[in-house]
Design a protein around this ligand. Sequence first.
Ligand SMILES: [Zn+2]
Length: 331
Amino acid sequence: MGFGGGDPEALMRDFLREHGGCAVIDGGLATELEANGADLNDPLWSAKCLISSPHLIRKVHLDYLEAGANIIITSSYQATIQGFESRGFSAEESEALLQKSAEIACEARDIFYKGCSKGFENHNETKKHTVLVAASIGSYGAYLADGSEYSGEYSKEMTLEKLKNFHRRRVEVLAESGADLIAFETIPNKLEAQAYAELLEENNTRTPAWFSFNSKDGINVVSGDSLIECASIADSCKKVVAIGINCTPPRFIQGLILSIRKVTKKPILIYPNSGERYDAEKKEWVTSTGVTDEDFVSYVRVWCEAGACLIGGCCRTTPNTIRGISKVLQK
Ligand SMILES: [Zn+2]
């Protein structure tokens, strides 16, 4: 039986209690892989490294752990069975690659734990620093790799059933991968939130999940669907143990937390991006549009006061950002 005594709801409660009520999520994975030299100009994005450079993924996980992250998110954001199959991998090989994303994160955690226990006579000392591995699931729009996870606009033919069929096997594989929870990230619309909630209920998995939406106006999710309605879907799903926002500019976060708080008592998570704008045509970040690490970290108290208790960073944040967040939360 793992952390939380095998009870999905207890996992997050026990974890947060152990961390004094607030815990640190890691920072951007894909963008940090790029900062470490990976070329991710590819429909698989960060999942490309599962094939070409798993050691780099492990290094970035470790960098975030050393910087103070208590939760690390796997490299499966844009890893889909359909995406791997279109590269010529078999169904089994594709599932193995998903599995591998969890294994690499667990391996990084083991290395980190071993490093922590050095110098402690009593091995139990390491218990103070429980780290959770969250298996990432990016949206259907992320799989399309055309920027539609930031528009939330899927074709008119898209239905709830189609979305469920698209995600079903991937959710099953990652739920059984050894990760502690499933991180549904960058959810752009209500239909996809509904699809995830139904899959979790139907699957009967014991692995808990978090739902994280993205916004580009500070009010609604990116498709224009009501954040309140999206967060309510997450709130109604028993397997969902935290609800929040990721990959959204820091300036919008406080208001979004307050909105989510209106419809849930579950823990609220936030991991904003650096605030830089992504130019989907040029496939690059417009650097002049972001905030400095200092500015980012100066928001942390405000976000806690608004009600967030899981805080990290998304695209273009770095181990340095996470170090800063960790310092503020330790105080
Ligand atoms: Zn992001």
